[in-house]
Design a protein around this ligand. Structure first.
Ligand code: GLU
Length: 432
């Protein structure tokens, strides 16, 4: 590879950072990092009607959250372009296309002319796609693209080429919805005498229902996953595996990704979004991240529910519950009981807090009022209560859990209770 590796991501700021764009950004970033090249962020804000500053900020925030640092940018495609010559069904008939010996008809009056790119008539545009392999499209299928509109504003396919050339982009990874633009772009590159980048068109991501991932059927933005309690390292890991593999590796660090990602082993077929696998990956990282950071994330989740709990207060609680959680939202569901009232469900109360158990609850409460407040002493109090009332552990433990924790299943009861202030436990056992 004799050209310096320079990749870019060129999102249009018309919404949040879509998962598909995030993945393409991730591939472009990892590729640049692998080869010691540069990664550029270019904001294609030429669709004036749909581009918003809010969206630009969301995109930048999501890129930052994922840790996709760029070497250049954000560069804004400053001209206010109206999008785009794509999607036209009709084809230009070549009326004003200069040909040797041809007399061009006069331009109609009152019409500002466009500028079209004189596309080669013969031959084919061929490139070896980094993802899809060799692609060849006959020039007969490509018409003379409008590159400048009547108002003098250049169009999308032209801007992309100019920008990619100006920015010396060597490798273009993008979604395969752009595959049909590439022949035009290659012809324009060639006409300008510009060096061609290599192109890699990444297949779309399908939802778990096998249909295109779309907003109507679930979260499609990076922000939504951040809000839902996923960790950036988990998203990075999971997104990287969507359409790329390195042997059987499922869990890997950012450094490993960079070491392995050389643009090979990209899948030709669409990847399928798998929420259960994402949860599994996230659960792995929840177990491994630094405790204070985890506590801070849980504290933020609680704050969004109107529950004030500092990082210092939350930190000692997380270790007990994190192994059974996939997200920080789930972890906050557990930890919330230490800071806010619980509301046991009527059916749990009816099932577990029965008349047969109530006297034992009374005994336990008196014992708990009197002991040193630690796990071992709580455990002894529970056992003594069971013996005194000839009950089995689950009968008493379920009732205590429902009253104190608001749910019948928890980790080991003594460990859970120890983390409450004694007064809270006594009050909840009393049914206050
Ligand atoms: N702005 C285009 C998009 O968001 C990307 C163009 C490109 O990557 O070449 O779809």
């Amino acid at each position: 590879m004799n050209r310096r590796v320079r990749t870019r991501i060129a999102p249009s700021p018309t919404g949040f950072l879509h998962l598909g764009t995030a993945r393409t950004a991730l591939f472009s970033w990892a590729f640049a990092r692998h080869f010691g090249g540069d990664f550029i962020l270019r904001i294609e804000d030429t669709d004036v009607a749909r581009s918003t500053q809010d969206s630009v900020e969301q995109i930048l925030a999501s890129m930052k959250w994922l840790g996709l640092d760029c070497d250049e940018g954000p560069i804004y495609q400053m001209q206010r372009l109206e999008q785009r010559a794509r999607g036209e069904k009709t084809r230009y008939d070549g009326r004003w296309r200069p040909e040797p010996g041809k007399v061009l008809p006069p331009a109609p009056t009152g019409v500002d002319p466009v500028i079209r790119f004189r596309n080669p008539l013969d031959g084919a545009v061929t490139w070896d796609d980094l993802v899809k392999g060799p692609i060849s499209i006959s020039n007969k299928e490509i018409d003379d693209l409008i590159i400048v509109r009547p108002d003098g504003i250049p169009t999308y396919n032209f801007c992309v080429v100019v920008d990619d050339w100006d920015m010396n982009v060597s490798h273009v990874f993008r979604g395969d919805e752009h595959v049909n633009n590439t022949p035009w772009q290659i012809n324009i590159f060639n006409a300008l005498g510009a060096p061609l980048p290599l192109f890699g068109h990444v297949p779309i991501i399908l939802g778990d229902d096998g249909l295109k991932l779309s907003k109507r059927r679930g979260a499609v933005s990076v922000t939504a996953y951040e809000d839902a309690g996923y960790l950036p390292e988990a998203m990075l890991n999971y997104l990287a595996r969507l359409g790329w593999s390195h042997g059987d590796e499922e869990l890997f660090t950012r450094e490993q990704l960079i070491a392995w990602f050389d643009g090979t082993h990209l899948s030709k077929s669409p990847a399928q979004w798998d929420p259960a696998k994402l949860n599994w990956v996230n659960a792995h990282y929840l177990k491994t991240i630094e405790e204070t950071r985890l506590a801070a994330l849980v504290s933020q989740q609680l704050d969004r529910r109107g529950i004030a709990a500092s990082v210092q207060q939350v930190a000692p609680l997380c270790p007990l519950f994190k192994d059974r959680c996939s997200t920080t939202v789930e972890l906050a569901d557990w930890v919330a009981m230490y800071f806010a009232d619980v509301r046991p469900r009527e059916e749990d109360l009816a099932t577990h807090v029965t008349d047969a158990v109530k006297p034992a609850l009374h005994t336990l409460r008196s014992k708990l009022a009197d002991i040193e407040w630690n796990k071992a002493a709580i455990s002894v109090a529970i056992k003594n209560t069971l013996t005194a009332h000839s009950l089995k552990m689950p009968q008493l433990a379920h009732a205590v859990r429902v009253l104190v924790c608001g749910r019948a299943q928890t980790p080991s009861l003594d460990a859970v209770l120890e983390l409450f202030p004694r007064e809270t436990v006594l009050a909840r056992l009393r049914g206050d």
